[in-house]
Each structure stands twice: as structure tokens, then as C-alpha cells.
Design a protein around this ligand. Sequence first.
Ligand SMILES: Nc1ncnc2c1ncn2[C@@H]1O[C@H](COP(=O)(O)OP(=O)(O)OP(=O)(O)O)[C@@H](O)[C@H]1O
Ligand SMILES: [Mg+2]
Length: 381
Amino acid sequence: MADKRPCITVCDAPQVDDLIESFPDMIHSVDAEGNIVYVNRMATELLGYPAAELLGMNIRTLYPPEILDAVARGFSEVKQEGGKRVESLLLAQDGTRIPVELRTIVLRDSQGTFTRTFTVSRDLRPLKELQESLIHAGRLAAIGELAAGIVHDLNNPLTAVILASAILKRQAGSPQASADDLRRQTAAYCETISDSASVMESLTTRLRDFARGVKEQHTPVDLFEPINDARAILAHKFRHGNVRVTCPVPQARHWVLGDRNQLQQVFLNLFSNACDAMAGQATSDLQIGISAETVAGTRYWSCAVTDTGTGIPPELQTKVFQSFFTTKPRGKGTGLGLSLSRTIVKEHNGDLRLRSEPGKGTTFFALLPALPEPEPSRPAV
Ligand SMILES: Nc1ncnc2c1ncn2[C@@H]1O[C@H](COP(=O)(O)OP(=O)(O)OP(=O)(O)O)[C@@H](O)[C@H]1O
Ligand SMILES: [Mg+2]
């Protein structure tokens, strides 16, 4: 009987060279001293140097100065371990910092002595741009939520303004009112109008601030702020779903280095998911708390968001973090909330985990590195 297995052809060396040369990712090799001994065409295109200039150049020249210590440590680990995969930054000739994923393996001679590395570097800019636009899309969806809440909250101060101005108008035209009475009452009603206008202004400012871009800006953030922002944005949803929120998180106590807008988005996703998981239940409790946790010598703030909802079955507890995984009906969920939240938390050098018991509820833990010495006097950014 004829062998039906597919025939595997072994490429000869020139073909492999062509493949490496025209590979869509940058490929380079360095010797034991870190001097570049090979680059493919993509390396020259990505970095903007001609091949002749790259060959012989020390690889340190291609990294930003602030990560050189980490690069040196990584290089000795690669030599020892035989390979490594890391995210890093490369410095192009024109000074552009290019985020890359480096996959390195070590080539050794027959005695096992290190000869050179073989590194494939993938330009992560397209991926980062996609992530940013997805984060922005999530933000737009949240604006709808915020706008619904704001429309609701605008009603009270607006009614006060309409009533006060109607009374003022009536009194101004009243022949019985004394000048003194008129002055006193006008002052009181003007105060009501100006207080209500301030409330409305703060509501519209919140909407404007939220809609304004998401450019990542890592500054000291008091976790109270993004948690509080997210609570305010979802106030309408909490009221609508009869969700009782407990949040004994004090102000100016839990500091991290991060982007307030992005952290706000993480809490928005977690709170919103919790509300959805508790929809239609007799009691809906959402608890938000922060505790200190030390993992491998690093101090973290662990922000726990606990609900009394449906829970997540064990077989779905990893899947829920995958992009586009959703159990919500079409039009209700995109399945991006948790995957984006985890990306954001990881970009803050933290982690997003969960613990869940089906039928009882779920806790999500956002672990974020604590600022070594929180300074309570620092302004919230
Ligand atoms: N607190 C929770 N309790 C129970 N299930 C949850 C909880 N949080 C998330 N899930 C499950 O994980 C799935 C994915 O959540 P994720 O936030 O990524 O997307 P989504 O909420 O479905 O859509 P969206 O993109 O609008 O956030 C949800 O559809 C739900 O099945
Ligand atoms: Mg969600």
C-alpha cells in the first residue's frame, strides 16, 4: 500500500538563509560580547541603520540607557538558560523607542560552548495601537452608561433652578411684595440657582473628563479616586439593580503608580460585571475592599471586588479573561471587559485574578504594586 503521509522536504541552507533574510520580523545574532554578527533586512528597516553599520555594533547601542542594567542581566540569563522571551524597547537610529517582543535562543558549538544568540524581535506597535483603540472603544461604551446616570442626576438641580426662577419671576411682578422682602428672597433663590448650577457643572465636567482621551500617564494615583469615579459613573446602574455597595476604602491611603483613567476603566468593568451577575436576585451586595499583600518580596495593594451573583463555573474561570468570551446576549456584552482589564493591570506590573463559587458569588482581585512610600500630601492626579 502506498504511503499517504505528507512528504516533508528538508530545505537546503540557501533557502533557509533566504527565509531568514526576508522574514517579516527583525532577526539578529550577537556574539559573547554582545557585538552584532548578523542582521536580516527587517532589522535595517525597523532600526533605520544600514546593515554595514549594524554589523559589529554592540547591542547595548540599540537599547535606551535606562534599561541597560536589565538588558545585561537578561543577557547573562539567556547564556545560562539557553533561551528567553521578554518584552523590551529598542532604540532606532532616529531615537524612536520601539516596543518589541524578543525571543532568543542560544547557539552552542559541539563542546556546548556559547557561540552566538539567535533573536527574533516582533514590533509590538500595531498590537499596542489595537489595544489602545479597544480600550477607547470600551470607554465609549462606558460613556453611554455615564450619560444615562448624568441625565438622571441632572434632573434634581435642574428642577430646583426651574422652580427658583419661576418663583423669582412671579415675585418680581407682584405689586404686594415689599422691596426688603424682594431683596431677601431674591438673594436666597439666587443662591439655590448658583448651588444647583455648580452641581450640574460638576456632572458635565465628569462626563467631559471621562470622554477626553486615554493617553497613558503613570503618576501617583490614590486608588480611592478611580474606585470612586467608577462608583459615581455606575451610580445609576447600582440604583436600577438595587445593588447595595459597601466600600470602606479610605482616601489617600492606597497609592500606586499608574494611569487614573485606565484604572477607572478596570473598576468600571469589574463593578459592571458584578451588577450583571446579580441581576434579578433578591439580595445584591457588592463589596469593595483593599488589603496589603506581599508577593515575591514586592508589596501590592490587592483590590477585591466581591459580588453575591451567579458565580463562574471552574471550567470558565480561565476563559473569562479571553478576548470576546461572553455569556451575555448579543448587544449586551462584547467579551472584552476582562481581557482589557487584565491587560491594563498587567501594564501596571500587576495581575488580575478571580475566586468564584458557582451559586454564591465571585471576587476579582486587582493586584497593583504599592508605591514604596505613599505620600498622603501628594495631590490626586
Ligand atoms: N462577577 C462576575 N460574575 C459572574 N460572571 C462573570 C463576572 N464577571 C465576568 N463574568 C463572566 O465573564 C464573561 C466575560 O466578562 P467580560 O467583562 O470580559 O465581558 P462581558 O461583560 O461579557 O462584555 P463587555 O465587553 O461588555 O464587558 C461575562 O460574559 C460573564 O459570563
Ligand atoms: Mg464586562
